[in-house]
Design a binder for this molecule. Structure first.
Ligand SMILES: [Zn+2]
Length: 247
């Protein structure tokens, strides 16, 4: 294959722009903000689960408290009725009196027990309320953090995309001057050789595979016509000659 030396040099410019695009794509993928957002979202999901549990506990204990207070009320009302009967003087039978007094005493103990239960539930309810408040704050904080990191990520992506657009525009301009066949070969090699299709021959070394050419190879390159498209014997990339090639 033949191509004007100037077109071969242009291929090096295309290669430099392609490497820049590869770097930008890599930077896009590996922005630290991606990992940061994943961590914030994991934390957020955990805090939200805890918040749901705390809210459930809060409403459960509220219901329990209402029920326990109702129980206390019933016992209190029954004791009041019993005391009224006792105070009315209508019950004279000693056995009935004793039974009534015993029931009043038993109701008093029962009320004590129930009031202890109510206090315990109130404590749990207050703890759940405090926990809900704390977790609501934590979730809000995490949500704000996610918004902040996402904004940072989007700004970084925007910056990368703007630069990539500029590089692509420049590439389109350079490529327009490169013969199609040369460009096709370059693109094919670039795909096969990890993103590098054309390399400079610099001080007897192929800058694609970094190997120094041996004497035979150097002589062949030296003898090749200036418009011959030379390939590296080792990596098969297009080897572009420049004044610094050391020939
Ligand atoms: Zn090479």
């Amino acid at each position: 294959m033949n191509a004007a030396p100037a077109d071969q040099i242009r291929l090096l410019d295309v290669q430099a722009l392609d490497l820049r695009l590869t770097q930008l794509a890599h930077r896009r993928e590996t922005l630290p903000e991606h990992a940061e957002i994943r961590a914030v979202e994991a934390e957020l999901a955990q805090q939200r689960d805890l918040l749901v549990a705390a809210r459930t506990e809060e409403s459960d204990t509220a219901r329990e408290q209402a029920k326990a207070e109702q129980d206390v009320d019933q016992v209190r009302q029954r004791a009041a009725r019993d005391r009224q009967r006792l105070d009315s003087g209508k019950i004279t039978n000693p056995k009935d009196l004793e039974s009534l007094q015993s029931e009043i005493a038993s109701l008093a103990r029962r009320q004590d027990d129930l009031e202890t239960i109510v206090l315990d539930i109130m404590e749990r309810h207050e703890a759940a309320q405090a926990r809900t408040k704390e977790l609501t704050g934590a979730v809000e904080e995490m949500e704000a953090k996610r918004v902040e990191v996402a904004a940072r990520r989007d700004a970084a992506l925007q910056e990368i995309d703007t630069e990539a657009d500029a590089v692509r525009a420049e590439r389109a301009e350079v490529v327009a001057a490169v013969p199609d066949v040369l460009l096709k070969l370059y693109d094919k090699l670039r795909e096969q050789q990890g993103g590098v299709g054309a390399a400079r021959l610099y001080q007897r070394r192929c800058e694609g595979c970094r190997l120094e050419l041996n004497i035979t190879e150097l002589n062949e390159v030296r003898d090749a016509a200036p418009d011959a498209v030379v390939r590296c014997e080792n990596c098969r990339r297009i080897l572009v000659r420049t004044p610094q090639s050391g020939l």
